[in-house]
Design a binder for this molecule. Structure first.
Ligand SMILES: Nc1ncnc2c1ncn2[C@@H]1O[C@H](COP(=O)(O)OP(=O)(O)OP(=O)(O)O)[C@@H](O)[C@H]1O
Length: 264
């Protein structure tokens, strides 16, 4: 029988053994600046994001996690290589096509929630679909709101909500259009541990119960341990992966890649 590590060894870190991919990148390279001052943030990265799975991306500060997420999500241009969302190659799409693709096919969660302060929770949740001119499925809207425990907070503005509640609103907003992929950049970074656990539980539930695909960038081994697979980045390359992670095992692996200090 093949262990997950043995499977990983066969296909290389970041590369899934079979199909069913929500996104993939090949030889993805991103350089900031040019000439002698150029910074290679991503160095010919190959990565597969399996559909219906929860993937965490970890790595020392400056290893390229956010750049990888931004390039996979079409938020940033690439210097070389290919990025695919499902069957669509997004590298080479024009700005307007990319904007539409992000709006229609991707959900986003950020560390700082990125809610519109003048809108209510309900309006924030439905805003992306309203901009897209699409009506949310009423039953689904209700299910998302109830699952995230937001029913009695819908008329509140962000400033009237706790951090955990604001992130739950952001999570509902990301899930409402049933996107092919949800990208979460440090979604628990601004939350206390209880609220963070709650948000991670909702993301986990979105994958297990709703078949959602989630990619999460995190510094927190405990958060990464809720994922199905952890990808480890160092110096702009995927250097390892871990299936069925535990917080201790992730922390230990991070120590190896961070010269003893997993936070930096
Ligand atoms: N706009 C930019 N201009 C120049 N260099 C950049 C820019 N954005 C990122 N970089 C550089 O690219 C590299 C990767 O940055 P990135 O933000 O992806 O790392 P990260 O792993 O997400 O870091 P952190 O954990 O600190 O958020 C770093 O060396 C960073 O300084």
């Amino acid at each position: 029988m093949s262990t997950p590590d043995a499977v990983a060894a066969q296909h290389g870190p970041g590369r899934a053994p079979d199909g069913g991919l929500a996104a993939r990148a090949r030889a993805l390279t991103k350089a900031y600046g040019s000439g002698e001052t150029a910074v290679i943030a991503l160095d010919a990265v190959d990565v597969d994001i399996a559909r219906g799975r929860f993937t965490a991306v970890m790595g020392p500060s400056g290893s390229g996690k956010s750049t990888l997420m931004h390039c996979l999500a079409g938020l940033d241009t690439v210097t070389a290589g290919e990025v695919w969302l499902g069957d669509t190659e997004i590298t080479g799409l024009r700005d307007r096509e990319l904007t539409r693709l992000r709006r229609d096919r991707i959900g986003f969660m950020f560390q700082s929630f990125n809610l519109v302060p003048t809108l209510t929770a309900a309006e924030n949740i439905t805003l992306p679909m309203a901009i897209a001119g699409r009506r949310p499925d009423g039953g689904w809207l209700d299910q998302v709101i109830d699952t995230l425990g937001l029913r009695d907070r819908l008329a509140h503005r962000p400033a009237q909500l706790s951090g955990g509640q604001q992130q739950r609103v952001a999570c509902a907003r990301a899930l409402l259009s049933r996107p092919e992929l949800v990208f979460a950049d440090e979604p628990t970074g601004n939350l206390d541990s209880r609220a963070g656990l709650e948000v991670l539980g909702f993301l986990r539930g979105a994958v297990d119960d709703l078949g959602q695909t989630v990619v999460m960038v995190t510094h927190d081994p405990g958060a990464a341990a809720r994922a199905d697979l952890v990808l480890f980045l160092a110096d702009g390359r995927i250097v390892d992966e871990m299936a069925r992670p535990t917080a201790d095992a992730v922390l230990e692996r991070m120590r190896v890649f961070s010269g003893g200090n997993p936070r930096c």
